[in-house]
Design a protein. Structure first.
Length: 419
C-alpha cells in the first residue's frame, strides 16, 4: 500500500520511519547571527556589480570599470604546470602551509628581488592574498587592540579587523598628498593599544605608490613605537613612470623584524581564480598562521600550488607586455578624466586603478555611480566603499576600446549635470 504524498520506501516501513523522524522544528526558529558577523558592512562593490551584471544579462551594453583583476589570461606555462600536476595525480592534501617546493620558491623570490632572507618555515601559502591578510589579522589582533588603516583603504581590511574583535583606526588622506600618510600622522594615531599598521603600496583603490624614503620613514615610526606592520605588496610588480617599490622589511634588521609581508599570485600573474597568496612573517607569527590555517582551510589547492611554483621560477616576460598595455590605458584615462568638468584625477604610479575626485560635480560617490550606471550604462565603484566619499574607483583592467567608450559616456554624464 502506498500512502499518498510519501515516497515509497517510507510507506513500506511506516513505524520505523516514524521513530526515526526528528522532532519537528519550533514554529519560529531563532536564526541568531553571531555579533561578529553582524558588525560587518555589506559590500557596496558587490551591489553595484550585481546591478551591472543584471543589466548586461538583459542585453544592455554596460561598460564595466569595476574589475579588481587583470583582463589578461594566466600565462600558458603556469597553466601547463598545473595541468601536468593534475594529470600526474597530484590531487591529495599537502601540508597546511603549502608544499615545500613552493615555500622555497617564495623564499627565493624574496631573496632575489627584495634582498630579504626568509626560511621556508617563515612562509605560509594561503588561499589568496585576501586569506593571507585575514590570517595575519587573526593571528596578531584581539579585543582591545587597535589597527591603523590609512583611508582610502582596501575595503576588506577594516572588516577583518572587526572580525578579530579589534578596532580599526582610520587615518584620512586625500589626493592632495597622493593619498599618502605622513610619519607625523602615523605617530599621532599610535596609542599604547596599537598593534598593527596596515600598509598597501602600490595601493588599491588609489594606485598611489610610496617612495622608498617615505616607506622607510613610516617603518621608522613603527620600529620606534613597537608596532607591527602588515605590508600588502600584492601590486609590487605593477608600476609605471619608473616608480620604485621597496618593501618596508628591507631597510634594517629592525624593520624586517616588525614586518609581515602579504603577497600573492592574483595580480602580477593574473591568477585571481586560483586562490593563492602568501605571508612572509617572523617565525612565531608564521607558526600561529599555520595553526589557524590547519584548523580552517587546511592547504591551498594542491595542483594550483604546482602552477604557482612555475609562476615564480619561470619566465616573467609576460609582465613587460602587460605593463606597456596598462601604462597606455592609464595615461589615456588620466588625461580624459582631468578634462571632464568637476573631475580631477591624481596621478597613480601603480596597480591598475585611477581614483578621480568627483566633489566638483556636487554629487557624493554612491549617487554619482548609481546615476552613471542608470543614465550612461557605465559601472564604477563608489569611493565610499573604500572610506572616501568624494571619489570613485575606475579599474583600467579592461580593453582600450572599452575605456574609450566608457569615458566618452562618463564625459557626457558629467557635462549633463547642473554645475
Ligand atoms: C587583489 C588584492 C589582494 C589579494 O587578492 P586575492 O585574490 O585574495 O589573492 C590583496 N590585497 C589587495 C589590496 C588587493 O587588491
Amino acid at each position: 500500500m502506498r500512502v499518498a504524498g510519501l515516497p515509497l520506501f517510507t510507506a513500506q516501513f511506516p513505524l520505523a520511519h516514524a521513530r526515526a523522524l526528528p522532532k519537528p522544528p519550533p514554529r519560529f526558529m531563532n536564526y541568531r547571527i553571531a555579533d561578529r558577523a553582524k558588525v560587518l558592512s555589506p559590500s557596496l562593490t558587490l551591489a553595484i556589480d550585481s546591478k551591472a551584471k543584471a543589466m548586461k544579462a538583459e542585453g544592455i551594453d554596460v561598460v564595466g570599470f569595476g574589475a579588481g583583476e587583470p583582463d589578461f589570461d594566466t600565462p600558458q606555462h603556469i597553466k601547463d604546470a598545473c595541468a601536468a600536476a593534475l594529470a600526474a595525480g597530484f590531487t591529495k592534501y599537502t601540508p597546511a602551509a603549502g608544499i615545500p617546493e613552493l615555500r622555497q620558491a617564495i623564499a627565493d623570490k624574496h631573496q632575489r628581488e627584495n634582498g630579504l632572507t626568509y626560511k621556508p618555515s617563515q612562509i605560509i601559502v594561503s588561499c589568496g592574498g585576501k586569506h593571507s591578510c585575514y590570517n595575519v589579522i587573526m593571528a596578531t589582533c584581539q579585543e582591545g587592540d587597535e589597527v591603523i588603516i590609512p583611508a582610502p583603504y582596501w575595503l576588506s581590511y577594516p572588516e577583518m579587523v572587526k572580525l578579530a574583535s579589534a578596532k580599526p583606526v582610520i587615518i584620512e588622506t586625500t589626493d592632495k598628498s597622493e593619498f599618502k600618510v605622513t610619519p607625523a600622522q602615523l605617530r599621532a594615531a599610535i596609542t599604547p593599544n596599537t598593534r598593527l599598521f596596515i600598509l598597501n603600496s602600490p595601493s588599491n583603490p588609489t594606485g598611489s605608490v610610496y617612495s622608498p624614503e617615505e616607506i622607510k620613514a613610516l617603518g621608522d615610526v613603527c620600529v620606534e613605537k613597537g608596532v607591527l606592520i602588515m605590508s600588502d605588496e600584492i601590486y609590487e610588480h605593477l608600476t609605471y613612470d619608473g616608480a620604485v617599490v621597496k618593501s618596508v622589511a628591507s631597510f634594517s634588521p629592525a624593520h624586517f623584524e616588525h614586518t609581515i609581508i602579504v603577497h600573492g599570485f592574483a595580480k602580477a600573474w593574473s591568477m585571481t581564480g586560483w586562490r593563492l597568496g602568501w605571508t612572509a612573517a617572523p617565525e612565531p607569527i608564521a607558526k600561529a598562521i599555520d595553526a589557524i590555517q590547519g584548523h580552517s582551510t587546511s592547504n591551498p589547492t594542491s595542483f594550483a600550488q604546482k602552477g604557482a611554483v612555475a609562476a615564480l621560477n619561470g619566465s616573467q616576460e609576460h609582465l613587460k607586455g602587460w605593463l606597456v598595455e596598462f601604462a597606455k590605458r592609464r595615461s589615456f584615462a588620466h588625461a580624459k578624466l582631468n578634462a571632464m568638468p568637476g573631475i580631477t584625477c591624481a596621478n597613480a604610479k601603480g596597480a591598475f586603478y585611477l581614483f578621480p575626485n568627483i566633489s566638483g560635480t556636487g554629487l557624493k560617490s554612491t549617487e554619482f555611480c548609481a546615476r552613471l550606471l542608470e543614465q550612461e550604462k557605465v559601472a564604477a565603484v563608489p569611493g565610499i566603499a573604500f572610506g572616501a566619499d568624494d571619489y570613485i574607483r575606475l579599474s583600467y583592467a579592461t580593453s582600450m576600446a572599452n575605456i574609450e567608450k566608457g569615458l566618452a559616456r562618463m564625459d557626457n554624464f558629467v557635462r549633463g549635470l547642473k554645475q
